[in-house]
Design a protein around this ligand. Structure first.
Ligand code: DGY
Length: 327
C-alpha cells in the first residue's frame, strides 16, 4: 500500500460460502479476498500457492493444516478458521508453536447431527426389519451406548428417550475419574433410569445401539475394532456420525456379514470422500451409508459458515474470536 493507504489483509477462502455469508467478507474494504473458484474440494497446489502472505485462511475439513501449509502461508498468518466442529485435519501443536489462532464451529451443528444420529428403522415383514426401539415385555429396557459423550451425544440422547430408551452408558477419558454427580444430573435432565460411565467392553456388551460420537485423530483411531464388534449384542446396531477413522471398516464388514451385530448406520466412512458404490460397506445390506450429511441443513450450514467467517475476522483483526479453540 502507498503512504497513508489503509492496510488490507489478504484472506484466502477454500470454498465459496454462498450468497448469505460471502457478503460478510466481500463487502469489507479492509480485506483482499482470494477465493478457490471451483465447486469441488480445493486443490492443494492452488491453496499452497495462494496462501502466501495471507493473514487468515478459512478452510473446510478437507484441507490439511500442517507445517507445509503454515510454511507456505509465511509469517503474516494470524488465524486459520475451519468450517467444521471437527479439527483432526489440523496439527494443533504446529499452530500453537507458531502462535497461529484456530477457530472452529461448535454448537451450531449439534441439533442437525443429533437429528441424523438417532437410528432410523422402518417396518416391513422381516425385510428391513430392525430391533424395536421402545421397551417390550421381553426387553423391558433399552440402552444407548455412546463412545464420546459431548454435546452431540447428549442431544442424541434427548431424541432417543421419547422413543423408549431407558438407560445410557458412555465411555470417557480414563485419566479423568468417573463423576457420579454428573451422571445423576444427566439422568434427571433427560429422564433416563441410569446414566453411567463404563469401559468399552461393557459398552459393547450392554448397549442396544452404540453411537460413535467422539473426535477423530490418533487417540480414537479404530476404537471400534474386531474385538469391540465381537462383544456387541447380536441385535445391536452401530451408528457412526463422527469420523470414519474411529471404525475399522474391514472389521465392520466382516461383523455384518457374519451377524455379530444387527446392522450399522454410517454417515462417515474411513477413506471418504473416496467411498464408491463398490465399497463393501455400501454394498452390505445390513449397512446404511450416507455421504457425511449430518450437518446438512441449510440453517446449520449458514450458521457454520457465518461462525467460521466471524472467527476468521476476529483472528485477522486481532480481536475476540467467537469460537477459538484453546490450543
Ligand atoms: C464437522 O463439522 O466436523 C462435521 O463433520 C461436518 O459438518
Amino acid at each position: 500500500p502507498g503512504v497513508g493507504a489503509p492496510t488490507r489483509h489478504k484472506v484466502v477462502i477454500s470454498r465459496n460460502l454462498g450468497p448469505d455469508v460471502m457478503p460478510l467478507l466481500t463487502q469489507r474494504s479492509d480485506l483482499e479476498i482470494v477465493l478457490w473458484p471451483e465447486n469441488r474440494v480445493c486443490d492443494r497446489k492452488w491453496l499452497l500457492e495462494n496462501i502466501a502472505g495471507a493473514t487468515g485462511v478459512l478452510v473446510m475439513l478437507s484441507e490439511k493444516i500442517d507445517a507445509e501449509f503454515l510454511d507456505a502461508a509465511g509469517p503474516n498468518i494470524r488465524v486459520v478458521s475451519t468450517m467444521s466442529v471437527g479439527y483432526e485435519h489440523a496439527d494443533l501443536k504446529e499452530l500453537a508453536k507458531r502462535g497461529v489462532r484456530f477457530g472452529y464451529t461448535p454448537d451450531v451443528l449439534t441439533d442437525a447431527v443429533a437429528d441424523l444420529s438417532w437410528p432410523n428403522f422402518t417396518w416391513s415383514p422381516f425385510s428391513f426389519c430392525g430391533p424395536q426401539l421402545s421397551a417390550t415385555s421381553t426387553h423391558p429396557s433399552r440402552t444407548a451406548g455412546f463412545i464420546g459423550f459431548g454435546r452431540i451425544a447428549q442431544a442424541t440422547l434427548a431424541r432417543l428417550v421419547p422413543f423408549g430408551f431407558t438407560h445410557c452408558l458412555y465411555t470417557g477419558n480414563p485419566s479423568i475419574a468417573p463423576d457420579p454427580a454428573f451422571d445423576a444430573e444427566i439422568a434427571a435432565k433427560y429422564n433416563v433410569r441410569e446414566v453411567r460411565r463404563v469401559s468399552l467392553d461393557e459398552l459393547a456388551r450392554e448397549s442396544d445401539v452404540v453411537f460413535v460420537l467422539a473426535p477423530g485423530g490418533p487417540s480414537t483411531y479404530h476404537i471400534v475394532d474386531e474385538k469391540f464388534l465381537k462383544g456387541m449384542k447380536r441385535t445391536g446396531v452401530l451408528v457412526n456420525t463422527s469420523r470414519g477413522t474411529l471404525v475399522d471398516s474391514d472389521a465392520l464388514t466382516k461383523a455384518l456379514r457374519e451377524g455379530w451385530l444387527w446392522g450399522a448406520g454410517l454417515d462417515v466412512v474411513e477413506g471418504e470422500p473416496n467411498v464408491t458404490a463398490d465399497h463393501p460397506l455400501v454394498k452390505e445390506p445390513r449397512c446404511i451409508v450416507l455421504p457425511h450429511i449430518g450437518s446438512a441443513t441449510t440453517e446449520t450450514r449458514i450458521g457454520m459458515a457465518t461462525l467460521a467467517v466471524n472467527n476468521l475476522l476476529g483472528g485477522v483483526l486481532g480481536q475476540t474470536m467467537p469460537a477459538e479453540l484453546d490450543i
